[in-house]
Design a protein around this ligand. Sequence first.
Ligand SMILES: CC(C)(COP(=O)(O)OP(=O)(O)OC[C@H]1O[C@@H](n2cnc3c(N)ncnc32)[C@H](O)[C@@H]1OP(=O)(O)O)[C@@H](O)C(=O)NCCC(=O)NCCS
Length: 185
Amino acid sequence: MEDAGGYGVSLTMPLATSFGEIREYAETDVAALVKYANNRNIRLNLRDAFPHPYTEAHAREFLAIVHRQNPTTFFTLAVDGEAVGGIGLVIGEDVHRLTAELGYWLGEPFWGQGITTEAVRLFTKFAFERFGLVRIFAAPYAGNLASGRVLEKAGFALEGRLRASAIKDNRILDQFLFARVQLPG
Ligand SMILES: CC(C)(COP(=O)(O)OP(=O)(O)OC[C@H]1O[C@@H](n2cnc3c(N)ncnc32)[C@H](O)[C@@H]1OP(=O)(O)O)[C@@H](O)C(=O)NCCC(=O)NCCS
């Protein structure tokens, strides 16, 4: 059992947190996913691959993708057992294979309670160890100040501003590049 920086939990899934846990998705999460992911304020801050409206079919399709993952890199934030958000990684390839992009979202009724900050902190620590990564980065749209704040609080450093690097809803947007680096040894 290893201590995860003050949380006193093992770095294997599920990860115990003060709000509940970070755990693998289950087939029974469909209804909760639709309930919380079908939200314009969430969609606006994510990639277009995150659908809107978010239907039961989308949830099932997503769970099928997760089911096929090897290794699993997409997990859910659960409060009282209910899947109220998501956190996951896309691991790079070739020379980027020790790097991963982090993404996350949380159901709007739970915003502002520090849940995502705790989840990002703990999940990042888990991810460095589990996947042998040296770099984890995230690139929120420049207007997404809450996400930037989450990353800062979770120990990510602001590395720069990626100018005109995304197009969302026909608007060309800058992104902030945040990263945490953990070299071996
Ligand atoms: C971003 C998101 C995950 C934050 O989750 P959360 O659990 O509410 O985050 P936390 O409570 O841990 O921290 C939020 C911080 O942002 C701050 N914040 C919130 N809205 C803000 C705003 N409009 N401007 C500046 N800071 C803001 C909060 O005050 C808090 O910081 P503080 O603790 O210093 O006061 C959530 O809003 C979300 O799911 N958004 C849509 C999806 C998304 O943006 N995903 C990330 C893509 S990169």
